[in-house]
Structure formats: C-alpha cells, structure tokens
Write a protein that binds this ligand. Structure first.
Ligand code: FES
Length: 99
C-alpha cells in the first residue's frame, strides 16, 4: 500500500494502489481544490499539484491532462492533476498548490 506525504504539512497518509491522488487526499480529509463535476467532460485544472518524489510510480500523463496543464500558470516538470494521477505501488511526496 503506497503512502502519500504532503510536503506542505509533513503529513503522511496511506492510500490504495489504483486510486487517484485526489481520492486518497479527500478520503484522508486533506483540503484540496477540485471543481470537476461528475459527468462533465471538461477538466477544471483546480487540482493541480507538484509530485516531488515517486513520479514514475504514477499513471502516465494522458493527452487530456497534458492539454489542461498547458493552460495553467506555474506548471513545472512535477505537475500533475490529482484527479487523473493514479497511484502505483511506490510512495510519493506531493506539494499542494491550493492549500
Ligand atoms: S478536479 Fe478538475 S481537473 Fe482535477
């Protein structure tokens, strides 16, 4: 079971492999912006965060995620959308941008 360490708070939480970073953070009571409504096909970009460590363990960035990231300000090489980044087996460290 991978863990997610939130760099901003130093908090580490356990998450299930195969869930998104967003789902895992919300389940743990973390405060993270997420504006996509169910059934909507367009991404909102609100859940943008940086993955500091463990990037390779996450699901690959798909075209829709890349296209949304291209429209955001402050994107870096560790940028992911938390709702689309699926956890693998390894632990990750993230930095929240909306906290
Ligand atoms: S919650 Fe909207 S792009 Fe992730």
């Amino acid at each position: 079971m991978p863990t997610i360490t939130v760099k901003n708070t130093g908090k580490t939480l356990e998450a299930a492999e195969g869930t998104s970073i967003l789902q895992a953070l919300l389940a743990a009571g973390e405060n993270i912006a997420h504006k996509c409504e169910e059934g909507k096909t367009e991404l909102c970009g609100a859940c943008h965060l940086f993955v500091v460590e463990g990037r390779k363990s996450l699901s690959k960035i798909q075209r829709s995620e890349n296209e949304m990231l291209d429209t955001l300000v402050g994107v870096g090489s560790g940028s992911r959308l938390a709702c689309l980044a699926i956890l693998g087996t390894e632990n990750i460290t993230i930095e929240l941008l909306s906290a």
